[in-house]
Write a protein that binds this ligand. Structure first.
Ligand SMILES: *Cc1c(COP(=O)(O)O)cnc(C)c1O
Length: 378
């Protein structure tokens, strides 16, 4: 596994802006929604995704993902839906992997067919199953790895090869890994999507999304995005720029905490099952080792002696809360939160049982986190 070391430097220095008005080190927040057009060669407007604060964070995420270009949106779902609608038209077909983020699953179930876009959700994520889903009118192959909530791992370079041989555009939701642990463009993926609400923002205080790709693809997406209108305000752009400076150190600490806690839970008599790609027994461990620099800060487990709610009510440090990726450790029951819009049958099909809990590791001391869990488990 390579170290994420160089990402630490990129995270701090990419996209730096020279403030020639004051020579301050940080980027000013450009709040204008009206720009003089005689002075500018370009027509600037927030919903055109071209104000300065947007350009800078787009450049930073592109550097972190080893991409030609990148852009941010007002949410992860805005990034996902706008990117899909840029490349899909009525009559097209798209293949999705099994085990998508609940919101993405709900979107494709409720809105694609209605607009005349066909889709198949694969029954498994091995290459021959994915290949069998491809039709004559398939345009896009969409994956998400590690997946939510059971940390399933899909082989990114094999998917890219498969898509290449069928002329398909590839998209990956890279939210759980973050650009620190995984760079899917290096493995052949065309578009990389993020809910920046999670690790990239990292403080549970803003909602945003991002996509990276070639300059041509990102310009195509921008042309559609200005119609759909999911842009981000300059204050949140600034917070994201500030957040990304610490992304590498936060994620490295979250990787360490998750590894320690996963091993602790696996050895715990009051835990029946643990899902973490860093554990040698995890079904995706070998592929994860090949394509990730770190195994991430997310893990799931089944308590053996306590019901979900009994356990949640006994935790003192780890808060039962929605979302993930921030500096505070939080825990949730996916069936009641991220995957509540799925039917019980759909949840069972992706392996979410009644008692599974999903942990998002923060940057606290791992000893304190383990002590909190230990007290609640028994
Ligand atoms: C949260 C999340 C999304 C959606 O992002 P929002 O910022 O909530 O719109 C998409 N994919 C994954 C994996 C997520 O965790």
């Amino acid at each position: 596994m390579k170290t994420p070391g160089s990402k630490c430097t990129q995270a701090v220095h990419a996209g730096s802006f020279k403030d020639e008005a004051t020579w301050g080190i940080n980027t000013p927040i450009f709040t204008s929604t009206s720009y003089q057009y005689l002075e500018n060669k370009e027509i600037i407007y927030p919903r055109y995704f071209n104000i300065k604060n947007m350009d800078i964070i787009g450049e930073i995420i592109a550097v972190l993902e080893n991409a030609g270009a990148g852009m941010f949106f007002g949410s992860g779902m805005a990034a996902i839906t706008t990117s899909l609608f840029t490349f899909l038209s009525k009559g097209d077909h798209v293949v999705f992997q099994k085990g998508l983020y609940g919101g993405t699953h709900h979107f494709i179930q409720s809105d694609l067919q209605r607009l005349g876009i066909e889709f198949t959700i694969a029954k498994e994520n091995d290459i021959s199953t994915l290949e069998a889903c491809i039709r004559k009118n398939t345009r896009v192959l969409y994956i998400e790895t590690p997946s939510n909530p059971l940390l399933g791992i899909t082989d990114i370079s094999e998917v890219a090869k498969l898509a290449g041989s069928h002329g398909l555009l590839t998209m990956i939701d890279n939210t759980f890994a973050s650009p620190i642990n995984q760079n899917p463009h290096d493995l052949g993926m065309d578009l990389v999507l993020h809910s920046a609400t999670k690790y990239i923002g990292g403080h549970h205080d803003l909602c945003a999304g991002a996509v990276t790709g070639s300059s041509e693809h990102i310009e195509q997406i921008r042309q559609k995005a200005l119609n759909f209108g999911g842009s981000l305000n300059p204050l949140d752009c600034y917070l994201l720029e500030r957040s990304m400076k610490t992304l590498a150190v936060r994620v490295q600490k979250q990787n360490e905490n998750a590894s320690a806690v996963a091993r602790f839970l696996q050895a715990h008599p009051a835990v029946s099952k643990v899902w973490y790609p860093g554990l040698p027994g995890h079904p995706g461990h070998d592929i994860a080792k090949k394509q990730m620099r770190g195994f991430g800060g997310m893990l799931s487990f089944d308590p053996a002696k306590k019901s979900q709610h009994e356990l949640l009510s006994k935790l003192k440090l780890i808060q039962p809360a929605l979302s993930l990726g921030g500096v505070e450790s939080i825990v949730c029951a996916p069936g009641e939160t991220s995957h509540r819009l799925l039917s019980p049958e759909e949840r069972a099909a992706i392996g979410i049982t009644g008692n599974t809990l999903r942990l998002s590791m923060g940057i606290e001391s791992s000893e304190d986190i383990m002590e909190d869990l230990d007290r609640a488990l028994v």
